[in-house]
Design a protein around this ligand. Sequence first.
Ligand SMILES: [Zn+2]
Ligand SMILES: [Zn+2]
Length: 285
Amino acid sequence: MRVLICGVRGSTPAPGVEFARYGGHTSCIAIAHDDGPPRLVLDAGTGIRRLTGLLDGAPFQGTILLTHLHWDHLQGLPFFAAADQPGARVTLAVPAQTSAAWGDGAERTVAKMMSPPHFPIDPAGLNGDWCFVDLDEGPHRIEDLSVLALEIPHKGGRTFGYRISDGVSTIAYVPDHSPIAFGDGPDGLGTVHPAIRALVEDVDVLFHDAQHVRDEFAQLRGFGHATVEYAVDLATACDVRRLLLFHHSPGRTDLEIDAIVSAQRTGGAPQIGAAVETRTIDLRR
Ligand SMILES: [Zn+2]
Ligand SMILES: [Zn+2]
C-alpha cells in the first residue's frame, strides 16, 4: 500500500514561511492499495483539501475514518471538493460516542460543528452519496484493508487509534494520545498501556502524536497530548520499524522540528523522522 501524507499539524493550521517545509495543514493521511486511487482517508483536517488534487478530477469513492471530532481532524471535511460532487461515494465513520453529551449518532455529531450558524450547510447538504457510521472498537474490514480500532486516552470526546494492514504492510495512526491518563510511567511522560501496544506492536510505520517535548511537558500535560520522547520510547519498546513524528505543534517551526529529529536519531532501530505534508510513504513490496 501507499500512504499519502496530506496534513501533519495539530490543533490549528500553521501558515507561514517558517512552517512551509513540514507543512501547515492539520491532520490527514490517505491510504491507497498498491495501484489505484486512495480509498481510505484517516481524519479530515484541512490537509484533506490536498486529496482532491491527487485524484485527477475523479470524485472520491471510499471511506473517511475519523480518530475523533476535534476541529483539527474535521475542519477540512466540507472543503474536500472531490467528495462534494456528483459521483462521489463516501462513508464517514466516527468513533461511537458513549456519552449523550458528546454525540447522538455520527451525522448529528458532525452537524454540531458543521451547520448554521457555524457553517453555511449541514452534512446533508454535501453533494454525492454520503453515509454516516458510528464505529465501534475492534477489528473491521474497510475498503479491502484490515482495520483495528481501539480507544486511546485523549481529552474531550472518545478517541480511537487505528492499525491498518493490507496483508503485506502494516501502519498505525495515533495522532492524538494522552498516555499519562494511565499513569506517569517511569519518566513522567506516560505509560505503554495495553491498547497502544496492541495498535503499534511490530508495525512498519507509526504515525504518533509528537505535539510536545519533554522540557515543556510540565506546563502542557493537561492538553491531552504526548511528547516526542514518549513516541520514541514507545516505538523502541514495540519494535516499530519506522516512527514518523506527527501532529506537530502549530508553533513548532521547521528548524525546531529539524533539531528535534536530529536529537532523537540514534542510527539504529527504529528509524525516526518527522511527517512531512505532500510526501508519500511507499510500502509496496
Ligand atoms: Zn488533534
Ligand atoms: Zn484532539
